[in-house]
Design a protein around this ligand. Structure first.
Ligand code: HEM
Length: 240
């Protein structure tokens, strides 16, 4: 049997792919948050300069984007396949959900990985359409960075986060991201066969800390812009 066929058909192979793709996506989400923190600066220059710096990567950025979307598709595809296989193996839910403690960490997050994953998937489609493929220079979203014209991404994000419905959707989705990561981080190591009893507990704790940091870090951004904190800081003469 071809190794690729084995990966797609065996449950160990599927789990391996899930673990690797999941950790890859965690790395992306950490980098994405670090870049987006530039939104906290009180004028939009910092964020647009960051977007401009990313743009200078040119073809490397295109390759990374293709890799990212490939990883997302693989993660979703294998997650759904595993969910179907698990469902077929045990079509009836247990009447009482109980954690076995130890290596099997069965809790609200693990039971709802599929639900939180679907919410994140739907969010991603809207999110990328809104920002990546949203209005640009042709629609008047134009600014100048280092003497050259570029898309005013800060204005787009700032205007988008002045819609209260969008802010509610973002805050809710970022909480879902937290729940997904709380179980997902530890589960990735488990799938890769690395969550040995000795490291299982600390790994789970790192996952919980990461989930809280990323969830809170992201959800602060729409609230920050909705409540016009940058403008208030500028008016008060604070923070550059
Ligand atoms: C408040 C939270 C967030 C903000 C303000 C934000 C902002 C942005 C912006 C402005 C872009 C477009 C970048 C560009 O066109 O150069 C973008 C792209 C993207 N975002 Fe977010 N994002 C947030 C949360 C998230 C989360 C939680 C995820 C993943 C779960 C995510 C995944 C993506 C992806 C996959 C892209 C496309 C990246 C690419 O192809 O280059 N974002 N985001």
């Amino acid at each position: 049997m071809l190794p690729l066929k084995k990966i797609v058909t065996s449950s160990v192979g599927k789990k391996y792919v899930m673990g690797l793709s999941g950790l890859g996506l965690v790395f992306f989400v950490i980098m994405h948050l670090l870049g987006n923190l530039a939104l906290l600066r009180s004028n939009g220059n910092a964020f647009n300069e960051y977007a401009d710096a990313l743009g200078t990567l040119d073809w490397i950025l295109r390759v990374l984007e293709v890799g990212l979307f490939g990883t997302i598709l693989v993660h979703v595809f294998f997650a759904l396949r595993l969910a179907v296989v698990n469902h077929q193996a045990r079509p009836q839910r247990y009447t009482m959900a109980r954690s076995k403690k130890g290596p099997s960490r069965w809790n609200l997050s693990s039971m709802h990985m599929v639900v939180t994953g679907v919410v994140l998937g739907a969010f991603l489609v809207l999110h990328v359409l809104q920002f990546q493929y949203g209005p640009g220079i042709a629609e008047g979203y134009v600014t100048e960075v280092k003497g050259k014209q570029m898309r005013d991404l800060y204005r787009l994000v700032n205007e988008t986060f002045h819609n209260p419905y969008v802010v509610v959707i973002y805050v809710f989705t970022m909480l879902m991201l937290g729940f997904h990561l709380r179980h997902g981080f530890w589960s990735a190591f488990q799938s890769l066969g690395q969550a040995y009893p000795r490291v299982s507990k600390p790994l789970y704790a790192v996952g919980v800390a990461l989930a809280i940091l990323l969830s809170v870090g992201f959800l602060i951004l729409p609230l920050w812009l909705y409540f016009d904190v940058p403008a208030r800081l500028l008016a008060g003469g604070g923070v550059p």
